[in-house]
Design a protein around this ligand. Structure first.
Ligand code: SF4
Length: 374
């Protein structure tokens, strides 16, 4: 298959691995930012093929995982209202809130619908002018442009019964938060290629310079990951810290100007809470004043939400790369994809789900080392 097979070629993978092994002479810790990259790494065993000196730390780039519990609980409250049709991508339906999830709300009579595009939700709003239609808009710079476009269309075509429950987050402030954490061990980043295909790379040189870390924009197929790792290790060994684009087939320096213009029109930068991590300044978007009428939080006045995280869940440490998923005692026992305690076990991009899907037979909790990753 075009753009798939040629990036899974075993002979090329062998050559890239040989180069990485020949280059790495000291211990290095690299963080792959995106959960999609984490799944490729674990699925193909890429981390197990690297030299022992090269460690991959899984980053917080799973959109479902970092959506704060308070926002999930607000979604549940809005979705339970009889006048509301609540629309979402399917992976949000099993994310546990404090007391229930969206599947439970649906089983109790809530009109919760899975859609494949925010424009589907707008269509439902047109078809149901006597109902409030809310779309759950979460995610990074990748999912924000279509959500911005949908709100733009709702305003342009005067569809007043549509609104967006917004919880969008941005990668560069998260990198800054990771690097300023006292427990940070990250020495380089594999930046998420799809984020850069939208936003370009403008925000990264200042971060690379300030923290003296290589940042290599990397794709999602096995050869993309190996090439990103190879370039990163080469920089580390040479004492360099530049921004490098290892995903040129999708990423241009300036990103996607039309998508960025839409984001600038509809959203404004704001502080955002990240589940398991806390509030990161300027790390998200909310609807700008011109579009505030389409903000579901504003429209439904969902405030004073009291949240309660399950005590056993260590997803915050997983998301910050402080432990690997199998080092959580609940992994594979009380927490599985069928009975998830945390969002990192639900999402198709969550690190806990990746370890459960591809590695649970090799790393059961009974084999755990007692302490977090050193
Ligand atoms: S295995 Fe389950 S309980 Fe443990 S950190 Fe992951 S999601 Fe949370």
């Amino acid at each position: 298959m075009k753009y798939i097979d040629e990036f899974q070629d075993p002979e090329l993978a062998r050559r890239l691995l040989d180069d990485i092994h020949a280059t790495a002479t000291r211990p290095w810790a690299l963080m792959e930012v995106c959960g999609g990259q984490t799944h490729t790494i674990i699925r193909h065993g890429i981390d197990q093929l690297l030299p022992d000196t090269v460690e991959l730390i899984h980053g917080p780039g799973c959109p479902v995982c970092v959506t704060p519990l308070e926002v999930i609980d607000k979604a549940l409250e809005i979705a339970a209202r009889p006048d509301v049709i609540f629309c979402s991508f399917g992976d949000m339906l099993r994310v546990p809130g404090t007391d229930r999830d969206l599947f439970r709300v649906r089983s109790e009579g809530g009109d919760v619908r899975v859609v494949y595009s925010p424009l589907d939700a707008l269509k439902i709003a047109r078809q149901n002018p006597d109902r409030e239609v809310v779309f759950f808009g979460i995610g990074f710079e990748t999912t924000a442009p279509p959500n911005a476009m949908t709100v733009y269309q709702a305003r342009k075509h005067r569809i007043p019964n549509f609104s967006l429950l917004v919880s969008h987050v941005r990668v560069p402030p998260a990198i800054e938060a990771i690097m300023t954490s006292p427990s940070c061990r990250v020495q380089a980043f594999l930046a998420a290629g799809h984020v850069c295909s939208v936003m370009g790379m403008d925000e990264y040189p200042a971060l690379a310079e300030r923290f003296r870390v290589p940042i290599v924009v990397t794709g999602f197929e096995p050869l993309d990951l190996l090439e990103g790792i190879r370039r990163t290790v080469r920089q580390l060994e040479r004492g360099e810290h530049t921004v490098d684009n290892a995903y040129p087939r999708a990423v241009r320096a300036g990103g996607n100007p039309a998508a960025r213009a839409m984001l600038d029109d509809v959203f404004e930068v704001t502080d955002r809470a990240w589940r398991g991590i806390g509030t990161i300044p300027d790390s998200g978007w909310r609807l700008s004043a011109r579009y505030r009428d389409f903000d579901a939080e504003h429209r439904f006045s969902v405030e004073n939400i009291a949240t309660r995280e399950p005590a056993a869940c260590r997803s915050g440490e997983v998301l910050q790369g402080q432990i690997k998923p199998h080092q959580c005692e609940a992994f594979g026992t009380t927490c599985t994809p069928r009975t998830p305690l945390g969002a990192t076990m639900v999402s198709s991009e969550g690190a806990c789900a990746a370890y459960y899907l591809y590695r649970r037979l090799g790393v059961t909790p009974t084999k755990l080392e007692a302490s977090p990753v050193a």
